[in-house]
Design a protein around this ligand. Structure first.
Ligand SMILES: NC(=O)c1ccc[n+]([C@@H]2O[C@H](COP(=O)([O-])OP(=O)(O)OC[C@H]3O[C@@H](n4cnc5c(N)ncnc54)[C@H](OP(=O)(O)O)[C@@H]3O)[C@@H](O)[C@H]2O)c1
Length: 299
């Protein structure tokens, strides 16, 4: 039976290190790491994410600002706000909560964020740095960065000789995950909806990362014995056993089934999810250290 990778505990470790390092920076330079989270509109899920990011930032000892704009905000007004935050010395990390309302070009907004404050790691400069292995100066998107840290805790930093398969090729999870695994010397294959015989491909993986958005798609017979599985998926499914109309969260991996074959698996919830917000704090801290001309801690 596989070991359950405790993302909650590892995320708490990361946050403790962020807190200590933030206190050190404040004491040594007088600079308090600052994060600005921008939200446009009233999407309830986005409101919850933004509130939890603000809470975590305050817990880390950061200066934290939330800018809540009405759904009808114009693209120009949002660009103006981002430019203002780019120039604000109290702010080291800027996060614009996605999705944005349809009339706003999210690509333009993301490219307006200064690459030095792009703690989500979506700016082309940071995407390019990750793609060329410039990890010391890049910002890496938080979910893949957190997933990589979980792999690191199970298998160590050097993945030489190991085969990794990433299922999903999105810009926010699959592709950066591919580049991170490659940077850590794994032999990486990226799969997607057009991949032939996905199950057979997954069975070659010593490290299997699922970022698909299909509830419990990956079963035990897709898993190589002894594999490490990182389940990025978050899917809500009906849970009539909990009462009428109730739901529960599951990943892209059938946890109980896959755990009979794998060596280590992340649960959903409690795996990758808590790592994402912890890595946002880590990226903001790193941004503040860099702006102060100091060497940031490694996570
Ligand atoms: N834990 C976290 O903090 C966190 C953060 C971000 C996302 N997530 C979750 O991670 C999952 C993926 O997110 P995302 O933003 O990367 O999703 P996305 O943009 O929808 O991408 C999904 C990827 O999965 C591929 N795919 C879809 N169906 C497939 C199938 N049947 N077989 C093989 N590949 C298939 C797609 O292939 P094509 O490219 O060919 O269409 C696409 O590349 C979602 O459940 C999301 O909620 C979690």
């Amino acid at each position: 039976m596989a070991v359950t990778i405790n993302g909650k505990e590892i995320a708490e470790d990361v946050v403790s290190k962020v807190k200590l390092s933030a206190a050190k920076l404040i004491e040594g330079t007088g600079i308090t790491p600052g994060i600005a989270v921008v939200i446009v509109g009233e999407d309830p899920a986005s409101q919850v994410y933004v509130a939890s990011k603000g809470k975590k930032a305050r817990e880390c000892g950061f200066h934290s600002e939330q800018h809540t704009l009405p759904a009808e905000t114009s693209e120009e007004d949002l660009v103006t706000l981002v430019e203002k935050l780019n120039a604000d010395p109290l702010i080291h990390g800027i996060l614009v909560q996605l999705p944005l309302p349809k009339h706003i070009d999210s690509g333009r907004i993301i490219q307006t964020i200064s690459p030095d404050k792009d703690v989500d790691g979506f700016h082309f400069i940071n995407v390019g740095k990750l793609g060329t292995g410039e990890l010391d100066t890049a910002f890496v998107p938080c979910t893949p960065a957190g997933s990589m840290l979980l792999i690191d805790r199970v298998l160590g930093r050097d993945l030489s000789g190991l085969n990794a398969v990433v299922v999903g090729r999105s810009n926010i999870v699959g592709k950066p995950m591919f580049n991170l695994l490659l940077a850590h010397n794994a032999t990486v294959t990226i799969a997607h909806s057009k991949t032939k015989d996905l199950a057979a491909l997954c069975r070659t993986a010593d490290i299997l990362v699922a970022a698909v958005g299909r509830p419990q798609m990956i079963k035990a017979d897709w898993v190589k014995p002894g594999a490490t599985i990182i389940d990025v998926g978050i899917n809500r499914i009906p849970a009539p056993e909990r009462g009428e109309g109730k739901t529960r969260l599951v990943g892209d991996v059938d946890f109980a089934d896959a755990a009979t074959v794998a060596a280590a698996v992340t649960p959903v919830p409690g795996g990758v999810g808590p790592m994402t917000i912890a890595m946002l704090m880590a990226n903001t801290l790193v941004a503040a250290y860099r702006s102060a001309g100091k060497t940031p801690p490694r996570f």
